[in-house]
Design a protein around this ligand. Structure first.
Ligand SMILES: C[S@@+](CC[C@H](N)C(=O)[O-])C[C@H]1O[C@@H](n2cnc3c(N)ncnc32)[C@H](O)[C@@H]1O
Length: 396
């Protein structure tokens, strides 16, 4: 069973559910929790820093996390660069076993979110101290955080983990959007030489001038990326005018045609202008469109406030599915049909699964505090949870 730190609206949990792997998220934003609740995803509505591995039973053996990245998205400026450097040296201190010193240091930061990126490693180290290591780990963040993942790789390897770190491009995994993410994937007692992030399933998007033919390379043996028009099912040709400038000029708005992948879906996606060719009518992407471009099912029950931000924060479920299936050694054909069957309608976990997930929680007072599906089953039943040893990740 997965514990997903900083679980957001559930990008990773959707992927896990599609693969039939139980997951429980820890998330403190009320709106993201509302979305999760509507989607039937089990959640501990709490601050990640107030929980630890011993609050879970032994069935919880996989750790995933996408910590907040505000501090590091500005890595181009002095503050972001310094924060990165500081955090990398704190990772090294964690490797020396100095968890309390690191926490004391982080508590002094003015920007409290900066230290949160260390939490997954702290969880891994605490689980090791307790003699019940997580069997698999998956972390995801903006590309500027890669130096932190690289430093964590060194620490994890010294503790007996095999690790791969890479920058993945979402369009290369069938997501109709260009988005780059730094990913760390790790397996307990599997050599790093065979822990290799999964191979892309689609071609890389090479940007071209607005109306020119796309640059494609079928020699790599992969189909082309998936376009916005395909994902949204819109027939009329259109152009998306980004809310961001290009070439260093904020007034020179980037544009993309309908037959290309979308720009990175951010919390500001509703500011993109979508201009329909013939009518010159202008539209905006609503939550169902932004969600689709992130590969959430069309009817995913976005709830609460700041829905664009929730959507922009998430790991695209389709990318998450590819990484998780490979990491956990799940043998399933992840072809177009697999995703097409799941793209229109969301059917969340059932009551039996929610009961299984309850049995992953050792700190029982949460059952009275959580506002989510865990609470919906009135008493704590003992349910046999299948938890086979993970099969080794296949080398790719
Ligand atoms: C980048 S998003 C993660 C998205 C998630 N991986 C997904 O796929 O949907 C980071 C999330 O961490 C949450 N968060 C930030 N600080 C937190 C904390 N101390 N405890 C719990 N959640 C926190 C934010 O509300 C946000 O939803």
């Amino acid at each position: 069973m997965i514990v997903d730190l900083f679980a957001g609206p559930g990008g990773l949990d959707v992927a896990a559910h599609w693969l039939d792997v139980p997951s429980i998220g820890i998330e403190f934003d009320e709106s993201a929790v509302l979305t999760r609740e509507e989607a039937g995803l089990s959640t501990i509505h709490a601050d990640v820093t107030r929980w630890q591995p011993s609050d879970f039973t032994e069935v919880v053996n996989v750790l995933t996390g996408g910590p907040p990245c505000q501090t590091f998205t500005v890595a181009g400026n002095g503050h972001g660069r310094k924060a990165l450097k500081d955090v990398v040296s704190l990772v090294e201190m964690l490797g020396e076993g100095k968890i309390d010193d690191v926490l004391a240091q982080v508590a002094k930061y003015e920007e409290v979110r900066t230290g949160l990126v260390l939490q997954p490693l702290i969880w891994v180290l605490r689980a090791l101290e307790e003699g019940r290591p997580f069997e698999a780990i998956l972390l995801e963040q903006v590309p500027t955080v890669k130096p932190v993942w690289d430093a964590m790789k060194t620490v994890l390897e010294s503790k007996g983990y095999g690790v791969d770190v890479g920058i993945l491009r979402t369009e290369e995994y069938g997501v109709p959007q260009t988005r780059r993410r730094a990913v760390l994937a790790s397996r307990w007692h599997v050599p790093s030489a065979i822990v290799k992030l999964p191979e892309p399933t689609h071609q890389k998007y090479v940007g071209t001038a607005l109306n020119t033919e796309p640059t494609l390379d079928f020699s790599v043996g992969r189909p082309q990326w998936i376009s916005m028009a395909e994902a949204l099912g819109w027939d009329e040709p259109f152009t998306v005018v980004s809310n961001y400038g290009s070439g260093g000029d904020p007034k020179n708005r980037s544009k993309r045609r309908h037959d290309r992948p979308a720009f990175t879906v951010t919390g500001k996606i509703s500011r993109n202008r979508v201009v329909i060719d013939d009518s010159r009518e202008e539209r905006r992407f609503g939550p169902e469109h932004a969600g689709r471009l992130q590969t959430f099912p069309t009817d995913y029950p976005w709830s609460g406030t700041d829905i664009s931000q929730q959507i922009g924060n998430a790991i695209p479920p389709r990318l998450g599915t590819h990484i998780l299936a490979w990491l956990l050694g799940i043998d399933v054909e992840l072809d177009e049909k697999f995703f097409a069957d799941r793209s229109d309608h969301w059917k969340g976990p059932d009551d039996e699964r929610a009961l299984q997930i309850r049995n992953g929680i050792a700190r029982t007072e949460v059952l009275g505090n959580s506002i989510t599906t865990i609470l919906k089953s009135p008493s704590r039943h003992v349910v046999e949870v299948p938890n086979p040893k993970l099969s080794p990740a296949p080398a790719t």
